[in-house]
Design a protein around this ligand. Structure first.
Ligand code: DGY
Length: 326
């Protein structure tokens, strides 16, 4: 009987950690997504699941796993897990905060700069052999980033890391919004708390760093895009469904905003077909945390959480039962 079900392929270092803890496991090294029926008896016996953000862990999966003590997500976001159902059943859910903060903030800034300076379009132009020499009115005139206003939706760890880059590297003014003001972070980052509408009205760049919840799903629709500056650029490295993607396409087509840099999509792995047709959109395939070092740290953190709980201890990064044992 294997105590841990590792639903997708993970780094060897995480497997080594589980081995060292003397815990038995089954590892889906084939890395093909598994459904409930394929997990079968393994699920029925599992005390722990290590899963990715693409694995839906809902009440049905939990009911097929009566011995489950912990679901360890290899991601900071955990909207793929029904946390309320887990809590009801006394199952701990953990995530991987902090280890991917700087990496995701880097990617956010890469998208912001790439969109503002039209890097992807210019690269394609160069490769096509179209460059005929420097001109004052070159075809890829972009917009300045230095000294502009950045609006951050969600000043959590990643939002703050983006704000730090913006302040220290680019002398930007920072606005932020969220459920509550964060006076300490706000002071350190010289960031001003405002309502969403004000943030959208006054920002040159808007970057999303909120978790996906019932409150943030479709937070940005055509109504919100109408509030933004026509010169504004929207960046999303958080979760796709925070933006109503069809409305974003419409807003870009109608020049309500100037561009978008996207790492995440409403119906991953699909992206709205209208996006690819727009030259002022830079799209990457959910690679915010995609460096080898970061992904390895995420896998290790998930394994550490499992080892702690199956060893009878407290999880390192619980998202439920944060103040008491289940
Ligand atoms: C996360 O951890 O939630 C990220 O989206 C992974 O890239």
């Amino acid at each position: 009987m294997e105590r841990i079900l590792i639903i997708r392929k993970i780094f060897n270092e995480a497997i080594a950690l589980i081995d060292e803890a003397g815990l038995s496991y089954w590892h889906n090294e084939a890395d093909a997504p598994l459904g409930l029926s394929e997990m079968g008896t393994r699920l029925a016996e599992a005390e722990a699941i290590i899963c990715l953000l693409t694995d839906r862990v809902d009440a049905q999966v939990m009911d097929a796993a009566p011995h489950l003590k912990i679901i360890a997500n290899v991601a900071v976001g955990y909207d793929n897990i029904d946390v309320a159902a887990a809590t009801e059943r006394g199952i701990i859910v953990t995530n991987t905060p902090s280890v991917l903060t700087e990496c995701t903030a880097d990617l956010t800034f890469a998208l912001l700069l790439a969109t503002a300076r039209r890097i992807v379009e210019a690269d394609a132009y160069m490769r096509a052999g179209k460059f005929e020499g420097w001109e004052l009115f070159q075809p890829h005139l972009g917009v300045d980033v230095f000294g502009k206003t950045l609006g951050i939706v969600g000043l959590g760890r990643i939002g703050a890391a983006v704000a730090r880059r913006a302040l220290l590297g680019f002398n930007m003014s920072i606005l932020y919004t969220g459920q509550n003001p964060k006076p300490d972070a706000g002071r350190e980052l010289e960031a001003r708390f405002v309502g969403l509408a004000n943030l959208l009205r006054h920002s040159d760049f808007v970057s999303i760093h909120a978790p996906l919840t019932a409150q943030t799903r479709h937070l940005l629709t055509l109504n919100e895009f109408r509030l933004m500056k026509p010169s504004a650029i929207l960046i999303n490295t958080a979760r796709g469904p925070i933006i109503k993607e069809a409305d974003l396409v419409q807003a870009l087509e109608q020049d309500l905003i100037a561009g978008a840099g996207l790492d995440v999509y409403e119906e991953e792995p699909e992206a709205h077909p209208g996006l690819a047709a727009l030259p002022n959109v830079v799209m990457v395939p959910h690679i915010g945390s995609a460096t080898t070092e970061t992904r390895r740290r995420m896998a290790l953190m998930a394994a550490e959480n499992v080892a702690a709980v199956l060893g009878g201890g407290r999880p390192l990064n619980p998202v439920n039962f944060t103040s008491r044992n289940p």
